[in-house]
Design a binder for this molecule. Structure first.
Ligand SMILES: Cc1cc2nc3c(=O)[nH]c(=O)nc-3n(C[C@H](O)[C@H](O)[C@H](O)COP(=O)(O)O)c2cc1C
Length: 210
């Protein structure tokens, strides 16, 4: 058994998305002692920002004409796609940055697609947990309702393109405890945190049952 674990926080020491993913992972590991965990941390080991364009343009040129940089980018895309494809279960921890996914996460998705093709269901029948954390709140009635352009994109890629059996654990208001002006949201934020912790445990258990 092989669990694929991806992290995208640029602040790994205090990562709220990793807190939830760690709980789910611990459940999986307890049920699969000695099994492999394949890790990729985009926050600490960013992928080269030009690799996607190099891999993609290589496809328009004969192999014999590929530059060393194009060959390297193609190999990277293939490696990343294999990591996803080889997963028996997957956990991804992806925060909201600047109302969307960060460029380093987008680079990863683009490179996986360059390696596997645009419609390959890499996670078909693979139980997958996404933990995503957001500093603010974006639900109906919030001043910035609808500004979360990350979660719908993540669901599109993981569930619709890669066909994962996806469970999403979303925790909003992570900045309420420390941000002036968000004091009135602290109780709600704590509730959301507690709910997410429980959901992560449940999701980890479900991950092992499927
Ligand atoms: C560079 C940066 C940009 C951020 N942009 C947003 C944002 O647009 N909206 C928001 O609600 N929170 C934003 N946040 C807050 C994060 O979403 C929040 O702190 C989240 O819990 C981070 O997850 P992590 O702890 O796993 O890194 C941002 C944080 C950082 C560091």
């Amino acid at each position: 058994m092989n669990l694929f674990r991806l992290d995208a926080s640029i602040l790994p020491g205090t990562s709220t998305s990793a807190e939830l993913a760690d709980i789910a992972e611990a459940e999986w590991t307890a049920a699969n002692p000695g099994a492999t965990v394949t890790r990729r941390h985009l926050g600490t080991d960013a992928l080269p920002a030009d690799a996607w364009a190099l891999a993609t343009t290589a496809a328009f040129a004969p192999e014999a004409d590929h530059t060393p940089a194009q060959r390297e980018a193609l190999a990277l895309g293939a490696t990343l796609a294999e990591e996803v494809k080889n997963a028996d279960a997957a956990i991804l921890a992806v925060p909201l940055y600047n109302y969307g996914v960060s460029q380093h996460f987008k680079t990863w998705v683009d490179l996986v697609i360059a390696g596997a093709g645009p419609t390959t269901p890499l996670l078909k029948d693979t139980p997958t947990v996404l933990t995503t954390t957001l500093g603010g709140g974006y639900g109906p009635g919030a001043p910035r309702a609808g500004w979360d352009h990350s979660t719908p994109y993540l669901e599109r890629v993981l569930a619709d393109i890669w066909e994962a059996e996806l469970t999403v654990i979303k925790r909003e208001l992570t900045l309420a405890a420390t941000t002036p002006g968000m004091e009135s949201l602290r109780d709600l934020a704590k509730e959301q945190h507690d709910t997410a912790l429980t959901a992560a445990r449940e999701a980890g258990k479900t991950l092992t049952k499927r």
